[in-house]
Design a protein around this ligand. Sequence first.
Ligand code: BGC
Length: 279
Amino acid sequence: MAGNADDARGPLSVQLVAGQKALVTGGNSGIGRATAIALGRAGADVVVNYVAGADEAEQVVAEIRGFGVRSYAHRADVSDEGQVVGMVARMVEEFGTIDIMVANAGLQRDAPTVEMTLAQWQKVIDVNLTGQFLCAREATKEFVRRGVVPEVSRSAGKIICMSSVHQIVPWAGHVNYASSKGGVGMMMETLAQELAPRKIRVNAIAPGAIRTPINKDAWDTPEAETALLRLIPYGRVGDPEDIADAVVAMASDLLDYVVGATLYVDGGMTLFPGFATGG
Ligand code: BGC
């Protein structure tokens, strides 16, 4: 799966973010893993954050180092303020600064509303929304302190929020998750408006259904995959690399004038596919 995607992506080994310093939260698995690797391949030094799965994180680090850039793994819970502060402080110490913050870590705790516990609600909001806020805030402090370094990038820093089609698509049985991603959309736009004068670019990537552990049940049997494909006009479930490449482009100066945007990378999932034959 990753193999075929890699083969198709030769030209994207262009060093679009050469010399930049990136941090990817939840970089040990799924979309975060592919993103950390893609940023390394594109020339960035990369901190691979994880909260569980130290071995996986070390494997990602090893792969990134293979590109001749620097990388290390850092354990931190993004919903813990002290741990996020410590993580960014260490990065500034080790790499000198941060140029790209990919606030990717996220989880689901699904339940019908009447069965959803406050703990399930709170956990998802804490990690998916508050976690992104804390990471964005700490990165911003360093972006503002350092300002623009024209040899490195036209902007003083980039924050990329990993959102979801559920930023705008309601999702029964997942009110905590959909609310967190709706919140991510507004947080991102507000940060973008506030920080653009400082030359900081804040944007979101909104994946559709991507083959990762978070939604394994939705694609790992032929029946499930067939049902899922009914929601995807482009006719395939996404690969983590589809998202990783979008992140690299968004982080690079190619997209320097993109500020406060949400890029849906979803094979058309947000195009109301039910209306292709109805309505
Ligand atoms: C969710 C997945 C889901 C996809 C499309 C993602 O944000 O994490 O579980 O398959 O949206 O519905």
